[in-house]
Design a protein around this ligand. Structure first.
Ligand SMILES: *Cc1c(COP(=O)(O)O)cnc(C)c1O
Length: 378
């Protein structure tokens, strides 16, 4: 019997230690691995933990399985995983990025492009025709997708975008941090690589900084990324990798609950007199709803945004009046967070300044609704 994903996650890959009978992996802090007297490596070609380590393997195997890929690599953060991808690009090459995406990665990509000398086009990635117009066959090396995308939750049709990107010879990379493998499997839709900030839903408890890349197949790009991780050294610590597996065991139950609560809040808040809009792909009013219904299984994620009537000052006032939502950046943890993205992103931010981003946690949804409703009242 081939177990389903929720089963694999709950059992951390059906782990059983053959030596001790333990059902939970140990923490493997060793940075170095022995050679025999004849100087061959003791086990599995492992020599040094910056290259690869048994500390990373349980999370890497589980994430490769959950995403339907052949291999995964952990990184020290989502940013370092994304930076590794952008470092694949050389002078004169071309990349297509969505206009709505995680601002830190966009800032990194823009800086790299200017410094290294590759060209970057930013498109409305909710519009497949716009992606097709931007991609240059033979020259575009990378097509970046994030869906649903920060902080307006724009939805990209991954299958259509991947078709366009791959036909042009580009590497198609999907930042699936907010969709998680619970809702979307980009590799099965034709993407080459999936990226996650494992800091968010995968770990899910706000206590680990980590990232991961998963590949659909062995490829030159994947080999190069292996070289770059070994020598760039952006790997997590052993304890962080262990905590990540512990978090992954509850991924499905957390994300299912967070998605259900986010949908309930979106429905209850839409039309609220204090709001101009509720942005959530699970609402029929969201421009990405139709594609999201096709592409996302079992829910639309735990992230939504509110456009507060009255602009920036009123949005900040509402944030200040919330009790249960903590005013903090990040997302995907057990506790609900609110963020005024325009403030955090600073000068050059494209985020509307009336927008509050909510990360819905595991609290009682009625408490969350009451908190929002009270903060929104005149
Ligand atoms: C947080 C985030 C990142 C960056 O990950 P870190 O773990 O903070 O480095 C990348 N993409 C998305 C969508 C994110 O939310």
């Amino acid at each position: 019997m081939k177990p389903r994903d929720a089963t694999r996650a709950a059992q951390a890959g059906h782990f059983l230690d053959p030596e001790t009978g333990a059902l939970v992996h140990g923490v493997v802090p060793s940075t170095t691995f022995a050679r025999r007297a004849d100087y061959t490596l003791f086990r599995d070609d492992r020599d040094y933990a910056r290259d690869r380590s048994p500390a990373f393997e349980p999370a890497e195997h589980l994430l490769a399985e959950l995403e339907g890929g052949v291999a995964a690599r952990l990184y020290a953060s989502g940013m370092s995983a994304g930076a590794a991808v952008f470092r694949l690009l050389g002078r004169g090459e071309h990349a297509v990025l969505p206009r709505a995406m995680y601002w830190g990665l966009r800032a990194f990509a823009r800086d790299e492009a200017a410094r290294v000398g590759w060209e970057l086009s930013e498109v409305d990635a909710a519009d497949t025709a716009a992606i097709a117009r931007a991609v240059v066959p033979g020259r575009t090396r990378l097509l970046w997708v994030e869906t649903p995308a920060n902080p307006t939750w724009d939805v990209t049709d991954i299958a259509a975008a991947a078709g366009v990107g791959r036909a042009a010879g580009a590497l198609v990379v999907v930042d699936s941090t907010c969709a998680t493998p619970v809702h979307t499997k980009p590799l099965g839709l034709g993407a080459d690589l999936v990226l996650h900030s494992a800091t968010k839903y995968l770990n899910g408890h706000g206590d680990v900084l980590a990232g991961v890349l998963v590949t659909r197949e062995a490829s030159d790009a994947w080999s190069r990324l292996g070289w770059e991780r070994r020598h760039g050294g952006a790997v997590p610590g052993a304890f962080e990798a262990w905590l990540l597996v512990r978090g992954l065991r509850t991924l499905f139950v957390r994300v299912e609950r967070q998605s259900r609560s986010a949908l309930a809040l979106a429905r209850r808040l839409e039309g609220h007199a204090a709001l101009d809009a509720v942005l959530y792909p699970g609402l029929p009013s969201h421009p990405g709803h139709e594609v999201a219904c096709r592409q996302m299984q079992g829910g639309f994620g735990g992230m939504l945004s509110l456009r507060v009537r009255g602009g920036r000052a009123r949005a900040l006032e509402v944030a200040s009046r919330l009790d249960l939502f903590a005013r903090a950046t990040s997302l995907g943890g057990t506790e609900s967070l609110v963020e005024h993205r325009a403030t955090v992103e600073g000068a050059g931010s494209r985020t509307p300044d009336d927008l509050l981003r909510l990360s819905v946690g595991l609290e009682d949804v009625d408490d969350l609704h009451d908190d929002l409703d009270r903060a929104l009242s005149p």
